[in-house]
Design a protein around this ligand. Structure first.
Ligand SMILES: C[S@@+](CC[C@H](N)C(=O)[O-])C[C@H]1O[C@@H](n2cnc3c(N)ncnc32)[C@H](O)[C@@H]1O
Length: 390
């Protein structure tokens, strides 16, 4: 895709084709209805315009999961995949409250830009002219065009004079989830060194980032949405609150380090807490245990337990129906005795092929109850807990 072809799509003929395609959902676009409409459109418009419009329409349909106004926005496949989800970008924007102008370095198609420009004048920088074209139009589609100045440049060369705060979301390299120095473009070390030029810096990072990659005095925040770990962010001392933080969206609940007594390790009580992945990645399981009056089943494993049902945004609480040493051969009978018909498996600290076990168990179950089978260790012994939702 080039900006010339995008200009053609943004012109009246391109808009007319896109408007006709907007009536189809993702499956229809690639199915017989799409084929029929494509043939009709090619009779009236240049083939290249129709092909480009189909590509854009498919991306818009996919983007509806990330953006409320996806149908008015512009995407590349990579730009959409790497764009911050709206709920995360909106949360992150609050960290910049009080700053004047902000630079959004590596702005991509503008996922973060849209949130930042709601509060700030933003200098949006990307070296990819297609992404920059899209970022500008996506801001305009949200009525924020007047807040955004786009700069096509390598971020290493950009002038940051007059900017109060910087957000940088470097491109992830393809491959493993773990994020070490040099695995992003520009590398994390370069992003962190921005603090020497502008004090307030936020850097988006992959959720698998090692804690020790956060420079001294910086905060590392782990963010989950609906119990799915989405991303990490590094915050320079001017924006940092504590060394680590777990943020759970959409509630916005925040857990931070709070030193205290060691968490007791005991046998399971009547309830099990399965901490949110943002809490475990932030290393804040002990804080959650102290805040909820619960204990660990094993010093190395993140499951917590208590005698009372706990309502907390930082964990899923389950009722323990049965607790016994792990004995795979006896499991089907145990589950049948509990009238189980469907089982979800949750595993921490125990090896095993969960899919194969799930298939085997599911074949032998005929009861009416849905349970969670928790495979774990208790005082270093393999253990099985059968749990139900509260
Ligand atoms: C992860 S995406 C940004 C996503 C964006 N925050 C969003 O929410 O839509 C990374 C972007 O960095 C740009 N990029 C990578 N290295 C760059 C560099 N050295 N200078 C400028 N842009 C760069 C890529 O072109 C890409 O658009």
């Amino acid at each position: 895709m080039t900006t010339e072809r995008l200009d053609a799509l943004a012109a009246p003929d391109g808009q007319a084709v896109l408007a006709e395609l907007a009536a189809l959902d993702a499956a229809e676009l690639t199915g017989p209805a799409g084929l029929r409409l494509g043939a009709q459109l090619r009779a009236r418009y240049p083939t290249e315009l129709v092909v480009d419009a189909f590509g854009q329409a498919e991306l818009r349909a996919a983007a509806r999961a990330k953006f409320a106004r996806a149908d008015a926005m512009w995407f590349t496949r990579a730009g959409l995949e790497q764009a911050s989800t709206e709920v995360v970008a909106q949360h992150r924007r609050t960290r910049f409250a009080g700053a004047g102008a902000v630079a959004d370095l590596c702005c991509g198609i503008g996922g973060d830009l849209l949130a930042l420009a709601a509060d700030h004048d933003v200098r949006a920088v990307d070296r990819d002219p297609v992404h920059l074209w899209m970022a500008a139009r996506n801001a305009a589609a949200h009525g924020l065009g007047h807040r955004v100045t786009t700069v096509e440049a390598d971020v290493r060369e950009v002038d940051l004079t007059g900017v109060d705060a910087v957000f940088v979301d470097p491109a992830r390299r393809a491959g493993g989830r773990r994020h070490r120095v040099g695995e992003s473009e520009p590398p994390l070390a370069w992003c962190a060194a921005l603090v020497e030029r502008v004090g307030a810096v936020g850097v988006k990072a992959a959720p698998g980032i090692d804690h020790d990659l956060a420079p001294p005095g910086w905060e590392i925040e782990f963010v989950s949405v609906g119990r799915e770990l989405k991303e990490a962010a590094l915050w320079s001392p001017a924006l940092a609150g504590s060394r680590t933080r777990a943020t759970v969206l959409p509630s916005g609940a925040v857990l931070q380090p709070a030193p205290g007594d060691a968490v007791p390790v005991r046998a399971p009580g009547g309830y099990l807490l399965d901490p949110d992945p943002a809490v475990t990645r932030a290393g804040l399981v002990a804080e959650l245990a102290r805040a909820t009056g619960t204990w660990q089943l094993d010093g190395q494993i993140a499951f917590l337990s208590g005698d009372e049902p706990v309502q907390t945004p930082f964990a899923r609480t389950l009722r323990v129906l049965d607790s016994a040493p792990w004995h795979q051969k006896r499991l089907p009978q145990r589950l049948r005795d509990l009238d189980v018909g469907a089982v979800d498996i949750r595993r921490r600290g125990l090896a095993g092929d969960v899919d194969a076990l799930h298939r085997t168990l599911q074949r032998s179950l005929t009861g009416t109850r849905r349970v969670t089978l928790v495979m774990t260790r208790l005082d270093d012994r393999p253990w099985a807990l059968v749990c139900s939702d509260l």
